[in-house]
Write a protein that binds this ligand. Structure first.
Ligand code: NAD
Length: 315
């Protein structure tokens, strides 16, 4: 696999998520070339102009509004075109609309960037990752959904506040659907190498059942609460998108909770959902299957059943 533009990132969909991801990517300096593509060409042009004026304050990045021709040779193509949730709407309710948009876009991307890694973020992200895998005929490691990287960040942030410790020191994962059936993998959460039960005693801060439930509920409901207040969510997901791109471009082999096709782990077959994965220049190089409790595995299976039912509506 070789890329004529090994550090070019194409972002298809220059709305809230796409433009914010471009901004975060620009400031990070990871990608020297960023192209924005949108059916609304004026919007993409306006965003690219505004973003280009931030370059003198950041890193030497070439950023422009382009067409599918510019996807050629990109290392990563971020897909973020399509409808977002309206107040009260679930992610799964967006499926029909966003799957139709992707059926238009994916062939154009695949024809020009057959070696790229596709990074899906449009919702419902797990089902659309599965649909794109089918449409693109790419190997599963090169079709990644941002999945629960965002929910995991929300979970770690809430645990960090609860325990008064830096979120980066909290190793905890939300797995499975980026949506209502997501699963908090409490049994593998650690801080400073200590399971949470031990960390409670060491820190003197109790994490009882009601605090656990409140943290899970706030994690699950975060998007609904933000959308009810400001209409969309984009900063944290954009930071997550940049984190994934960084792991790919810098060939980091970092463990990130992202969505990809699961086949075999926990007895699951042919479903896209999030597990901790090793991400590097090949995409999802390996899925990890940490030991979970019976209850967590059964919640994971319930979530996979819901996702497979949604997948089957597209067949
Ligand atoms: P938005 O409405 O601000 O932007 C969507 C953009 O897609 C618009 O600029 C629109 O012109 C463009 N678009 C529509 N059809 C297109 C087509 N056929 N070709 C090219 N561009 C097209 O929406 P947003 O808030 O940026 O959300 C985008 C998607 O990301 C939604 O599906 C949303 O649910 C999802 N999202 C995902 C996460 C996550 O964690 N995965 C978080 C937030 C939002």
């Amino acid at each position: 696999m070789s890329h004529p533009h090994p550090h070019r990132v194409a972002i298809v969909g220059a709305g809230h998520v796409g433009a914010t991801a471009a901004y975060a990517l620009l400031l990070s300096g990871i990608a020297p070339e960023i192209v924005l593509i949108d059916v609304d060409t004026r919007r993409a042009e306006g965003e690219a102009m505004d973003l280009a004026h931030a370059v003198p304050f950041s890193e030497p990045v070439r950023i422009w509004a382009g067409s599918y021709e510019d996807v050629e040779g990109a290392a990563v193509v971020v897909l973020t075109a399509g409808a977002n949730q309206q107040p009260g709407e679930t992610r799964l309710e967006l499926l029909g609309r966003n799957a139709a948009i992707l059926r238009e876009i994916i062939p154009q991307v695949v024809a020009r960037a057959p070696d790229a890694i596709l990074l899906m973020t449009n919702n419902p992200v797990d089902v659309l990752t599965w649909a794109t895998l089918t449409t693109s005929a790419f190997p599963p490691q090169r079709v990644i959904g941002s999945g629960t990287i965002l929910d995991t960040a929300r979970f770690r942030s809430l645990l960090s506040q609860h325990f008064g410790v830096d979120a980066r020191s909290v190793h905890a994962h939300i797995i499975s659907e980026h949506g209502d059936t997501e699963v908090a993998a409490w049994s593998i959460a650690t801080i400073g190498g200590m399971p949470l039960e031990d960390f409670q005693a060491a820190s003197g801060r109790v994490l009882d059942d009601s605090s656990r439930q409140a943290i899970v509920e706030q994690t699950r409901r975060a998007a609904y609460e933000i959308i009810a207040r400001k209409g969309a969510t984009y900063y944290a997901v954009a930071a997550g998108i940049v984190r994934i791109i960084q792991a790919i471009i810098r060939d980091e082999s970092t463990v990130l909770t992202v969505s990809s096709r699961v086949s075999g782990s926990y007895g699951l077959e042919d479903v896209c959902l999030s597990l901790p994965c090793i991400v590097n220049r090949w995409g999802v190089a390996r899925l990890l299957a940490p030991p979970l409790t019976k209850g967590e595995v059964s919640a994971l299976h319930h979530s996979a059943t819901v996702l497979k039912a949604a997948q089957s509506t597209l067949q």
